[in-house]
Ligand binder design. Structure first.
Ligand SMILES: *Cc1c(COP(=O)(O)O)cnc(C)c1O
Length: 234
């Protein structure tokens, strides 16, 4: 059964707008990325029909299957965001998806590989660097120090254009626990704006179904929301 996707989207947009206004921000600065991983095309179609344009997937194969098969008649065309870790052997598939933005550059090796393949394809990929601000050993992403060390190389890669930062805080039942992580990502960006003023750093991708309002209070420009729109994943 398809959940009431249009209604859920409207509710999430209302919550985004309320959180933005509460933080003294313009709601137009925040883009909702609807995360459709594990869900069938029918869910995407329902969201498209309700006016949703930005979609997130975390596996390149699944993204390609779903969005590569998007009926060309769909206007406006959906914009795909790749939000999950990309293995080197999946890099080619990631490029074939023609993502609007890759949120999850988490190590120099995948950055080099994607840049090489983007150059081959004659495109420049917009990417975010994923930062593990909590320093969890099990997590994907650069540590803040690791990112600072890698940036000179990342910024010089001809196939990539770095546009900001992304983080996934450790899961905690209390959404307020995410706040220090979001604040740390915003602070890191503030430092990088000073260090690299030539880079746009415009995006902070942070906040999921249970904590996006807190992320908006800390400056999120992209929130990645799945279950609040599409229901629980199988
Ligand atoms: C699945 C996923 C989301 C969405 O999670 P919900 O809790 O369902 O909103 C957001 N970001 C990433 C990186 C994900 O993999």
């Amino acid at each position: 059964m398809i959940p009431p996707i249009a209604q859920n989207l409207a509710a999430v947009h209302d919550r985004i707008a309320a959180a933005a206004v509460a933080a003294g921000r313009d709601p137009a600065q925040i883009t909702l990325v609807a995360v459709t991983k594990t869900h069938p095309w029918a869910f995407v179609a329902a969201a498209l029909a309700a006016g949703q344009i930005d979609f997130g997937e975390n596996r390149p194969e699944e993204a390609h299957e779903k969005f590569g098969a998007a009926p060309p008649a769909v206007t406006p065309a959906p914009r795909l965001h790749l939000i999950g870790p990309i293995q080197s052997r999946k890099a080619r598939m990631a490029i074939a998806c023609r993502p609007a933005l890759i949120h999850s550059i988490d190590r120099p090796k995948i950055a080099r590989k994607l840049s090489e393949l983007a150059e081959e394809a004659g495109i420049v990929l917009d990417v975010l660097c994923e930062v593990n601000v909590a320093g969890e050993a099990s997590k994907f992403g650069f540590t803040p120090a690791g990112l600072r060390a890698a940036l000179p190389e990342l910024l010089a890669l001809p196939g990539l254009r770095v546009c900001g930062l992304m983080t996934i805080p450790p899961f905690a039942p209390d959404p307020a626990a995410s706040q220090p992580h979001f604040q740390a990502l915003a602070d890191l960006r503030a430092g990088l704006i000073q260090a690299y003023p030539q880079v746009s750093w415009r995006h902070l991708s942070m906040g999921m179904s249970h904590d996006f309002e807190i992320a908006i209070a800390e400056g999120a420009t992209l929130v990645r929301v799945g279950s609040a729109i599409f229901g629980p994943r199988p």
